[in-house]
Design a protein around this ligand. Structure first.
Ligand code: MBD
Ligand code: FE
Length: 285
């Protein structure tokens, strides 16, 4: 009997484990710098809110054990980064950026990896020779809130492929597939060639998927490009860009779509072209 090679399949637990590891490497510094008074205040209020919900709805022991079992599963599946970024991060982002006058941003999500390969001001994001999906050429300029252009600004781009998978979190993709760092030219301009991503479905086989099914929600985020835009003396902008007409722009499971972040692409050759620039806020003194 001959063996048919099977494509590696993405599992919730494997991408969850990668996202958890990524978080531990890059982001766990907030823990040590959070003052005790804030931990006391916030932990107390969150626990109090839980007590109030239990009393209000007369939560039963079966329901309490269902919660306990689910919470244990979220950890087992490595899905704490996914759960928090889908259902909590958008409010943290709203609070953190409400003072800004420049570009709207939105959540980072669980799949950012720092130090993606440098591509200059104009070029293609790393991709496979036969990378599927509609070609997209994206031009833009990075400016400050006073209108001056920001030469040398960095635009880090990462996004899912035409099947909705992110490199380094799903198996079988080249390490830096659809992840690149661009450096704006002397006028703050850049030109990026990539492929349009597909909508993203939260893994249905993990604990977040169980919650979605049990609550009768859907598991979809609209197709999106993730970016981090930075320049000396300016606040880091984390954003996502969306495509018009996506059926999930109005009901993103992660509540991360804002009208200012929806692109307006036009047909160009065998693909699409779009202009979208960023306005960064100077660091407050
Ligand atoms: C994603 O691709 C994403 O951007 C977010 C915020 C959550 C889950 C998957
Ligand atoms: Fe994403």
């Amino acid at each position: 009997m001959t063996q048919t090679p099977t494509a590696p399949t993405a599992t919730a637990a494997a991408s969850g484990a990668s996202a958890t590891e990524r978080f531990r490497t890059d982001k766990s510094s907030g823990v040590a710098s959070t003052p005790q008074e804030r931990v006391d205040l916030l932990a107390r209020e969150v626990v109090d809110a839980l007590h109030a919900t239990i009393r209000k709805h007369k939560v039963t022991y079966d329901e309490y054990n269902a919660l306990k079992s689910w919470l244990i599963g979220v950890g087992d599946d490595g899905e704490w980064p996914l759960f928090l970024d889908v259902w909590v991060e958008h409010v943290v982002e709203e609070v953190a950026t409400e003072h800004r006058e420049g570009n709207k941003g939105t959540i980072e999500g669980p799949y950012y990896v720092p130090n993606a390969p440098e591509q200059g001001a104009k070029g293609s994001v790393p991709m496979r020779d036969d990378e599927p999906g509609t070609p997209l050429v994206w031009t833009g300029q990075v400016t400050s809130t006073d209108g001056s252009s920001l030469a040398g600004a960095k635009v880090e781009l990462w996004h899912a492929d035409d099947d909705g998978y992110y490199s380094q979190f799903a198996p079988g993709l080249p390490e830096w597939n659809l992840r690149g760092t661009f450096t704006a030219d002397e006028d703050g301009r850049f030109e990026i060639t990539t492929r349009k991503p597909a909508p993203y479905q939260i893994p249905t086989d993990g604990s977040c998927g169980k919650l979605i099914a049990a609550a009768g929600w859907h598991a979809w985020r609209p197709a999106h490009l993730h970016v981090k835009v930075s320049a000396p003396g300016h606040e880091l902008l984390t954003a996502q860009l969306y495509f018009p007409g996506d059926e999930h722009n109005d009901d993103d499971i992660a509540s991360a779509v804002k009208p200012e972040l929806v692109l307006d692409p036009r047909r160009a050759g065998d693909g699409e072209a779009v202009e979208y620039g960023f306005v960064l806020d100077p660091v407050r003194s």
